[in-house]
Design a protein around this ligand. Sequence first.
Ligand code: FAD
Length: 326
Amino acid sequence: MAEIWTVVDHSGGEPSKVSLQMVTAGRKLAEQMGHDLAGIFLGTGWETAKEKLAKHALPKAYVFESQDFEDYLVQPAIDAIVKLAQEHQPAAILFASVPLGKDLASGVAAKLESGGLADVTDIEVDGDRLTCRMDVFGGATITKCQVVGDPQVICVKPNAFVAQEAAADLAEERIEAEITDDAKAARIVERVQEEAGGRPSVEEAAIIVSGGRGLGGPEHFSLVEELADVLGAGVGASRAAVDAGWYPHQNQVGQTGKTVSPQLYIAVGISGAIQHRAGMQTSKTIVAINKDAEAPIFNLSDFGVVGDLFEVLPKLTEELKKRKGG
Ligand code: FAD
């Protein structure tokens, strides 16, 4: 039986959220297509990864456990995946649509003379093809595309799917990769861990509360942060707020910031300019709080509150705290 593969995005064996979301998505696709699902793990820390992946019902994994995948750029991993794909002929390979995943996917698709799609936010089965949704041209156009070559290489955007826990025995097949000197041509000499802070990053967060120019100053971002903390959310910002120096650039959402697809996006004091929408319009549920009933953000919102954020936010945060019993 053909397989669908999901390449585990991880840090030292700790799978990223999108990795677990891809397992759930992959399981459903494999079921619908009558295929098996298998994970591909490259790097170190397999035992940690295995525990989490098994809890999400990954039935099988090909494990390349070697420090070399951590020490060199993507070529050793591309070579390993390509060789395995030539042997097993998987129907599709899912990668995380993050910089490293996209780098790997493009190398694998090129070497296998297949085709690849990035920033995919939804996948439907159409016979033996996967129809993928992508938002392009700054989010102004929604496209549905299929890879015509094989295997279908697809990069799944974080939070496009919800990870669901389910029990399964994970069978592992250990593979010794032969890494050529050519593949080791570029070595990583240093890694610097970005300050994580206490909140999830906007790329990882399932809920994001974003603040814009309507906040009126950096000190009022505390209102956004308080709401975010009650919800366990990440904090985003519009470019206007970032350019004014109110919030760090790493939190900017939009065309020149991060592209996010959380389950819930709450836009506070953000007008909804096309460049902002480009980064968040694939969010599953969008809530806007804005005092201007004509603000364009309401055109793409599922729920809208027309009101002064300085009145609405404290009340909303307080009510949520009460409901959570805190
Ligand atoms: P504004 O447009 O000024 O909106 C503020 C909103 O707050 C208004 O709707 C107002 O009604 C509301 N408001 C004010 N006071 C209150 C209150 N008390 N209570 C409730 N609501 C209130 N923008 C991005 O966000 N991300 C990007 O990545 C990005 N990239 C860009 C790239 C290019 C090439 C260009 C040209 C622009 C880009 N922009 C980007 C900028 C974008 O065009 C907008 O200028 C920006 O998004 C506006 O930010 P804002 O919504 O916070 O501010």
